[in-house]
Write a protein that binds this ligand. Structure first.
Ligand code: AGP
Length: 634
């Protein structure tokens, strides 16, 4: 996690670093820091200024405004704490003992303990608990060795020192390094953590993600794994892990990847919830245009060969994306008839199931940067391609909201959900976008395999086209209902969410949303499982939110809700109005729709209720404690 940014050019670096970091705060906001080099008055050497502050970027920004950080070259960091508490002493940049080398890093140095022990035994004093601090010490030692060979300090020397040090580092990381002896050069390196170079006018930048570059340039060069780059005001030099110079053409940044503003909404999350009708409308326009034949009812960006011979599907994802994957698996199995399994990417990468033939592996990640999902996909590709038998060969598809992400570079087939940038840490419109992507896939597979008759395909298409309007009405209605209900949760400590079948993942998502932003303990359960243990938790103070949509399990869910009511739990129904749903103490009503599309509507009260409960508690909804939008560490 963490975001890093580096710049060299003709303008003062500090304000530009702050601007860049602002676009990366979604990667962590436990602390922020920057270091600049000023060469104006030190006979060719730079004067290093380092400013760090715990908490959000705004604190660093104020510090820099009041104390200054001169220089045309600098590095910056916004932190999500992994090693060491979120305190100022653990904030980046970290420096060597002399204070001449400064480093910012994203990722984890897995062998930092043994490296630190060695360095301490040589008398080096450490001032933080971070894994990062070993790096400036090691680089400073390397530079001393190189200087000892009689060489003059230069950017190439700094690059060489970084190359030598990265050779001993284990783990996944991206880093940026500056050295007082080379005030016009900075070096960046990446291994399994993203880093993109930006080529501006008279300035060169590097950052963990493109939004940090978009305010400066649209010309970018994503770095490949293992590469090291030297950035000076004259240009960039790129080297692969063998130290060979690389020549690649830059590409152009497409779309608006800069963080949007909140408009009139109090929080980005609320704005993004309200943007969902548009997300659905765009999806319908892109994928369900008029005039498509019923045998191929969805416009998809894939070749014929992509679909051929698929016998099973496995989906790898984390968090909310995994919940979307679970709805997807339900659709792919129950509607399209393809055996489908869903895995936590973090579990799959260390305990994959035995290989199955003719299998499509789908990675779902809105950010396209989740370390576990990327690593699980990579591992799966390697083990399949090593197998030798073509039946087991790797076939992969990525579902993401970022067509410029690491996922998009790693996986050959991409479904871009096109939901627009999502700032709130709690995923909302990207969840809807992921669900819609699965409806598209399920419809495509069902019609190609003739698993559903044309009328069933047509019915689902018609219902999907009506989703944007449903969402528009629902959001308006539930915004008010949820706000009114939220005050009742002022003292609540535990909430249970129940769902079954296609809506079980929506219960999980409801619980995750509530936990993330309101810090209330919540659990999502398949309603039928309650009586096997969790029912012991129920009592008067524990609200039970039950999703009961007409369909195969409607009566079953209502009976499960009755069981909860008998234990005096407060019962809130997410269900259509009607005599059957009078059992609920409170109803968050949904229209009667087919069970297939019910998750697309049931998610709205989940999101809005969590939002209003958190807002009522006065919490930091867009940047909840301990979380980050993009989880780039294992
Ligand atoms: C969603 O509200 C969460 N913040 C989180 O669970 C998220 O879905 C998860 O980290 C996966 O992220 P990704 O979609 O970017 O891979």
């Amino acid at each position: 996690m963490c975001g890093i940014v580096a710049i060299v050019g003709s303008r003062q670096a500090a304000p530009l670093l702050i601007d860049g970091l602002r676009q990366l705060e979604y990667r962590g906001y436990d602390s922020a820091g920057l270091a600049t080099l000023d060469s104006s008055s030190n006979c060719g050497k730079g004067v290093l200024t380092c400013k760090r502050a715990s908490g959000k970027l705004v604190h660093l920004s104020k510090l820099v405004d009041s104390e200054g950080a001169p220089g045309h070259l600098g590095i910056g960091h916004t932190r999500w704490a992994t090693h060491g508490k979120p305190e100022k002493r653990n904030a980046h940049p970290h420096r060597d003992v002399s204070g001449h080398v400064a480093v910012v890093q994203n990722g984890i140095i897995e062998n930092h303990r043994s490296l630190r022990k060695d360095l301490e035994s040589q008398g080096k004093k450490f001032v933080s608990d971070t894994d990062t601090e070993v790096i400036p010490h090691l680089i400073a030692d390397e530079l001393k060795l190189l200087q000892g060979e009689g060489r003059q300090p230069c950017g190439a020397m700094l690059k060489e020192a970084v190359q030598n040090v990265t050779a001993v580092l284990k783990g996944a990381y991206a880093l940026a390094v500056i050295w007082v002896e080379t005030p016009d050069a900075l070096v960046v390196a990446r291994k399994q953590a993203p880093l993109v170079i930006g080529l501006g006018e008279g300035e060169f930048l590097c950052a963990s993600d493109t939004p940090a570059l978009a305010g400066f340039t649209r010309t970018i060069l994503p770095m490949e794994d293992g590469e090291v780059a030297l950035l000076t005001p004259l240009g960039i030099e790129l080297y692969n892990s063998q130290g060979e110079r690389q020549k690649r053409s830059p590409s152009l940044l497409t779309g608006n990847s800069q963080v949007a503003d909140k408009r009139h909404f109090r929080h980005f999350m609320l704005k993004e919830i309200h943007e969902q009708p548009e997300t659905a409308e765009l999806w319908v326009a892109r994928h369900l245009p008029a005039g498509l034949p019923i045998e191929s009812p969805v416009a998809m960006p894939f070749e014929e060969s992509f679909y051929e011979g698929i016998e099973s599907i496995q989906i790898l994802a984390c968090g909310t994306s995994r919940h979307a994957a679970m709805v997807g698996a339900y659709l792919l199995e129950q509607f399209a008839g393809i055996p489908t399994s869903v895995f936590y990417a973090s579990e799959f990468r260390y305990a994959p199931p035995p290989l199955s033939p003719h299998t499509l592996t789908i990675g779902v990640t809105q950010s396209g940067e989740t370390a576990d999902t990327l690593a699980a996909l990579d591992m799966e590709e390697k083990r399949r391609n090593a197998h030798g038998d073509l039946a087991f060969a790797s076939r992969q598809l990525g579902i993401t909201n970022r067509s410029d992400s690491s996922l998009a570079r790693q996986v050959p087939n991409i479904l871009d959900i096109g939901a627009g940038i999502e700032v709130g840490v709690a995923a909302t419109k990207t969840f809807l976008g992921q669900l819609l992507a699965f409806y598209g896939l399920a419809l495509t597979f069902a019609s190609r395999r003739q698993n559903r008759c044309p009328t069933e395909i047509q019915d689902l298409l018609t219902e999907l086209k009506a989703v944007p309007n449903h969402l528009r009405k629902l959001i308006q209605k539930h915004d008010q209902l949820s706000e009114a209900l939220a005050s009742r949760f002022a003292e609540t400590q535990d909430v249970i969410f129940l769902g079954r079948g296609i809506n079980y993942p929506i219960a999980l998502e409801g619980a995750l949303k509530l936990k993330e932003i309101s810090y209330i303990h919540a659990e999502g359960y398949p309603a039928g499982e309650m009586k096997h243990g969790p029912i012991a938790l129920l009592e008067r103070r524990v609200p039970v939110i039950s999703i009961a949509m007409p369909g195969v399990v409607f009566d079953k869910v209502l009976s499960n809700a009755q069981e909860a009511k008998a234990r005096e739990a407060q019962l809130i129904g997410v269900a259509p109005e009607g005599p059957e749903t009078e059992i609920f103490d409170e109803l968050l009503p949904l229209p009667v729709v087919s069970e297939w599309i019910s998750p697309l509507l049931a998610l709205i009260p989940m999101q809005l209720l969590s939002y209003h409960i958190a807002a009522h508690r006065g919490l930091d909804i867009d940047q909840p404690r301990n979380l980050a939008k993009s989880v780039t560490v294992e």
